[in-house]
Ligand binder design. Structure first.
Ligand code: SF4
Ligand code: SF4
Length: 251
């Protein structure tokens, strides 16, 4: 199978949640409203081995094993654009944009053998997948793989840090395993998200106060932008709660 792909810079994929490496999250601490998102995958799923490598595994009810990705995320509803997206639909931080954006349409949280379908644009996206676009995937391999390999390596390098965080969260949040089990295969509205402040506390980040001072105004801005819209209540409530936690750390 061969796949062709070119970005026409329509900007349509620059809306909503944006998974980040920790490196990119902290490089954009004054730009993105950040959280940690937890995505559980059942044993037997084709994504299970890679998620197990990049995340954590837990055993839940009836001995069921779950692999869980824990990903720093720019937590933005799908109706709102990335704060770096310009009015002309171009990226305002193109030269330094996150690895996740550079690697599009590929996704290093997934085994390379299963990347082909990711070149299929979602409804409304204007990616060029005609044969006149560059060949990007053949024989289950990514052709130009520099960005993919860099992002995968960043994720691998960050595994010890996120496992330290996971240990802390499983120790102090006894409802977490059940919440993860409940969210398997569910929509984004049921996903498990935890605050950046909990990560800063768990990992005893020595720069926590400075980070909190930069994050706090971002969270407050998004809380204001999402107020009063019932469809955005999940986002709004989290911004409000996380703002309180950040305010405490920012003192
Ligand atoms: S950083 Fe740039 S490329 Fe990435 S989502 Fe935002 S606007 Fe789009
Ligand atoms: S949706 Fe496709 S064409 Fe549009 S900005 Fe994203 S990658 Fe480029």
């Amino acid at each position: 199978m061969t796949k062709h792909f070119a970005c026409t810079a329509c900007g349509k994929c620059c809306y909503g949640l944006l998974p980040l490496t920790f490196k990119d999250a902290f490089a954009n601490i004054g730009r993105f409203p950040l959280c940690l998102s937890w995505t559980p995958v059942l044993k037997g799923s084709k994504d299970f081995p890679m998620v197990k490598t990049l995340g954590v595994t837990i055993t839940v009810a009836k001995g069921q094993e779950l692999a869980v990705l824990i990903v720093p995320t720019s937590f933005i509803p799908s109706s709102l654009p990335c704060p770096a997206l310009q009015a002309d639909n171009l990226c305002g931080i193109h030269e330094s944009k996150p690895s996740r954006c550079k690697t599009m349409p590929f996704y290093p949280y997934r085994d390379e053998r299963f990347q082909a379908e990711l070149t299929n644009p979602r409804p409304g996206w204007e990616c060029d997948t005609s044969t006149s676009a560059p060949l990007v995937y053949q024989e289950q391999k990514i052709v130009d793989r520099e960005d993919f390999d860099r992002e995968r390596q960043e994720l691998l390098d960050e595994v010890p840090l996120l496992r330290r965080y996971a240990d802390y969260m499983f120790k102090y949040s006894h409802s977490l395993p059940n919440n993860l089990m409940f969210s398997v295969g569910k929509t984004k509205a049921h996903q498990v998200v935890t605050s950046l402040s909990s990560f800063l506390t768990a990992t005893q980040n020595t720069d926590a106060r400075n980070i909190a001072q930069q994050q706090l105004p971002i969270l407050k801005t998004y809380a204001e932008q999402t107020a009063g819209d019932p469809k955005l209540a999940f986002f709004h409530n989290n911004y409000v709660n996380w703002s309180k936690e950040m305010a405490y750390l920012a003192k």
